[in-house]
Design a protein around this ligand. Structure first.
Ligand code: CP
Ligand code: NVA
Length: 312
């Protein structure tokens, strides 16, 4: 397929910035690239292009997906560790952006402060992809939507129940669900629900699609009628303080066989990974027949290739 230029030059910072058609188009390109890769048909859509990848936090899936994805698209990816680049020694984001923008065709950044990603995009003048911030994890959710669509055939009208911390992944799931018309309910302990501003923005987005977005306290209430159960670690990177106390508060926010039984019989289970097995998800569920977490992890590759191919 020929890739349309409609999103060329854009940054990918939040799903809130894209409309439903854009997201469906990225999913379509992702499915196409997956088919090509499975058949080993070369697809050098980004021949001669270069992506810089800045990681201020650890990563397995995101790094490998972008690096391998860029190679498969005929381009090149550079891993830029803060230990090695001058950003880690205090060079400003603005100056870094002004320089990288003159040498690269795109930048992927994983960092703490969401504002840094916005600044990088503002000053570099090239597409910047948010590979996770404390606030959002939008590339994850493209892979998740792709996985849900593969297993359920559709997205609109489904219900996803997220059990745990109202974190970056939960926020991007709210935006993603709002755009594609999938209901999202977050079950979180008091004080750990999603950011009120994100919820409000996502609800505005949901008016067009009809998706219902809600926050509850009780995991059992959340999973009733759910097509997808989703969880993530109770403490995200950089927020691991008071871990023991947190574990007490989150004890009941675990996807186990008993909770899974209360969802739809054909519900699938997702987890962005890495998982703390035995905490937010049991081995039995994660290794069980309803778990699609490794399909989900694989789809990061295909989804991220699609993101790069449409933007760069
Ligand atoms: N889910 C996810 O982003 O995984 P990594 O932290 O390994 O990249
Ligand atoms: N919420 C997790 C996701 C990791 C991919 C974190 O930010 O650590």
């Amino acid at each position: 397929m020929e890739i349309k230029d409609t999103l060329r030059g854009r940054s990918f910072i939040s799903l809130h910035d894209f409309n439903a058609e854009d997201i469906q188009y990225i999913l379509e390109v992702g499915a196409h690239l997956k088919t090509l890769q499975k058949k080993r048909i070369p697809h050098p859509y980004l021949a001669g292009k270069t992506l810089g990848m800045i990681f201020q936090k650890s990563s397995t899936r995101t790094r490998v997906a972008f690096e391998v994805g860029m190679y498969q698209l005929g381009g090149h990816a550079l891993f830029l560790s803060p230990r090695d680049i001058q950003l880690g020694r205090g060079e400003t984001v603005k100056d870094t952006a002004l320089v990288l923008g003159r040498m690269l065709d795109g930048i992927m950044i994983r960092t703490f402060d969401h504002e840094e990603v916005i600044q990088l995009a503002q000053w570099s003048g090239i597409p910047v992809i948010n590979g996770l911030t404390d606030l959002l994890h939008p590339t994850q959710v493209i892979g998740d939507l792709m996985t849900i669509k593969e297993h359920k055939g559709t997205l609109k009208g489904l219900k996803l129940a997220f059990i745990g911390d109202g974190n970056n992944v939960a926020h991007s799931l709210l935006f993603g669900g709002a755009k594609v018309g999938m209901d999202v309910v977050i079950a979180a302990p008091d004080g750990f629900g999603p950011d009120a501003k994100i919820l409000e923005l996502a609800r505005q987005d949901a008016q067009a699609s009809g998706a219902v977005l809600s926050v509850v306290k009780d995991p059992e209430e959340a999973v009733q009628g759910a097509d997808v159960l989703y969880t993530d670690v109770w403490a995200s990177m950089g927020q691991e303080e008071n871990a023991e106390e947190k574990e007490q508060q989150f004890r009941n926010y675990q996807i186990n066989q008993q909770l899974l039984k209360q969802a739809k019989p054909d519900a699938i289970v997702l987890h962005c990974l890495p998982a703390k097995r035995g905490k937010e998800i049991t081995d039995e569920v994660m290794d069980g027949p309803q778990s699609k977490v490794f399909d989900e992890a694989e789809n990061r590759l295909h989804a991220h290739k699609a993101i790069m191919a449409v933007l760069m």
